[in-house]
Design a protein around this ligand. Structure first.
Ligand SMILES: C[S@@+](CC[C@H](N)C(=O)[O-])C[C@H]1O[C@@H](n2cnc3c(N)ncnc32)[C@H](O)[C@@H]1O
Length: 406
């Protein structure tokens, strides 16, 4: 049977199953295998799994990164992987044919982004024909223009003045009657911008920004809306504040670090970005070994984030300069830099492989967060469908909430 989007009773049922899964295995997904944890607490309970993962190479970790559930790792990995896959299963929203638009609509839109926009627009199906689109955190308003290509009214809210300006120009060039308003959607007066006849859409509006939309649209009496959330950790509180009654009743407490877990995959990052990221991390891990020795203290020492130019330095200069920055003793002239550098890469391979266990919980946690939003919207009187709107490879944030009042 094909997977279906979730709706009705299935929303709460799935939420509760995910909640139990995440609660039960917190010890496996909360600790981040980074410098702070030389050994992860769970490795004591599952030494065979820990040792197996630590022996693997960086290339092997990279190959398994987007599909950790396929890894033939020792117990309890396979059982967790199949439970994670079952709980993460979610169908695609029904797609209708996207309108064939003249090429000038996609001017200034990168190819991948345009594909996302078409998929988002193609997934919107409401019983009532939208009267007035409201593009929430619109950027230049590409999504809004795609939806309002037939001349329906469009309001784009965005707080970056440059994007507002550029969006206005793009709409004018297409002869669309769009309003591009500079608006901080978190400000008190944002509620003045949203009206009952609006159909709000939000593509990849971060944490608080899309939550604010759900709250204001509910209050304003909007009949329908569509949200593809992202960056669950961009919130203005130290911990996650659950929205729905079910999530409020859950014992699961989520820190900002936890909220970053669903965002930790790198399907769309290019090879160059990944190489830079690995180099930077391998160096940090090597420096961590060095600083422990220089200080004679076997403890992690926080280091500031460094400008990219630091990665252009040779390894030894990088370490010496960072040691000076942290006011540590000068490394001995006899230090074997080649060996230290290799140790950094070896640690990186271990980190990346150990992360694969955590990765099994990425999608379940994301779905838990989305279902909290879905259940909240249900409490506000909406019927909700939750499904994917585009392939994961096009955007890992490919889940869409469609809400409409009965
Ligand atoms: C990830 S981008 C998404 C833009 C657009 N929806 C898209 O998919 O291309 C998030 C947008 O939210 C805007 N934004 C951030 N904080 C905001 C705020 N407080 N009020 C309004 N817009 C905000 C950013 O400037 C950015 O354009």
């Amino acid at each position: 049977m094909n997977d279906q989007p979730l709706s009705g009773d299935a929303l709460l049922q799935r939420f509760q199953a995910l909640d139990a899964f995440l609660m039960r295995h917190q010890a496996l997904w909360r600790p981040r295998p980074f410098i702070l944890h030389r050994q992860l607490p769970w490795e004591l309970d599952h030494p065979e799994l820990g040792a197996w993962l630590r022996e693997r190479s960086l290339e092997q970790a990279e190959a398994a990164h987007t599909q950790p559930e396929c890894l033939p790792a020792p117990a309890p990995f396979p059982v967790l992987a199949s439970r994670s896959a079952a709980l993460s299963r979610l169908g695609q929203l029904l797609q209708h044919q996207a309108p064939k638009l003249p090429a000038r609509f996609s001017v200034d839109v990168p190819g991948r982004k345009w594909q996302q926009l078409l998929a988002f627009a193609g997934s919107l199906q409401f019983r009532q024909t939208p009267q007035h689109w409201l593009d929430w955190c619109a950027g230049k308003g590409h999504l809004g223009r795609l939806l309002a290509h037939d001349g329906r009214p469009l309001t784009c809210l965005e707080h970056n003045p440059q994007l507002v300006h550029d969006g206005r120009q793009l709409s004018q060039r297409l002869g669309l009657a769009a309003q591009h308003l500079q608006q901080d959607v978190l400000a008190a007066d944002a509620s003045d911008r949203i009206e009952a006849q609006h159909t709000p859409v939000a593509l990849h509006a971060c944490g608080d920004l899309h939550v604010r939309l759900m709250q204001l649209a509910s209050r304003a009496g909007c009949r329908q809306l569509a949200i593809a959330p992202c960056c669950y950790n961009r919130i203005d509180s130290p911990d996650y504040r659950p929205l729905s009654a079910a999530a409020q009743a859950s014992a699961l407490q989520l820190s900002l670090d936890d909220l970053a877990l669903p965002l930790s995959e790198t399907v769309t990052a290019g090879a160059r970005v990944r190489r830079q990221r690995d180099l930077s991390m391998a160096r940090r891990l090597a420096f961590d070994l060095l600083q422990r020795e220089l200080r004679g203290v076997d403890e992690y020492l926080p280091t500031p984030s460094l400008p990219p130019a630091w990665l252009m330095k040779g390894f030894a200069d990088y370490c010496k300069d960072l040691a000076a920055l942290k006011q540590l003793p000068t490394p001995a002239a006899s230090l074997d830099w080649t060996r230290l550098e290799a140790q950094g890469w070896q640690l990186l391979a271990q980190v990346r492989n150990l992360e694969l266990l955590r990765a099994l919980f990425r999608r379940p946690l994301e779905l838990w967060l989305l279902l909290d939003r879905a259940l909240y919207l249900e409490e506000q009187g909406f019927a909700v469908r939750l499904g994917s709107f585009c392939p994961y490879q096009l955007s890992p944030r490919n889940l869409l909430l469609l809400a409409e009042r009965a």
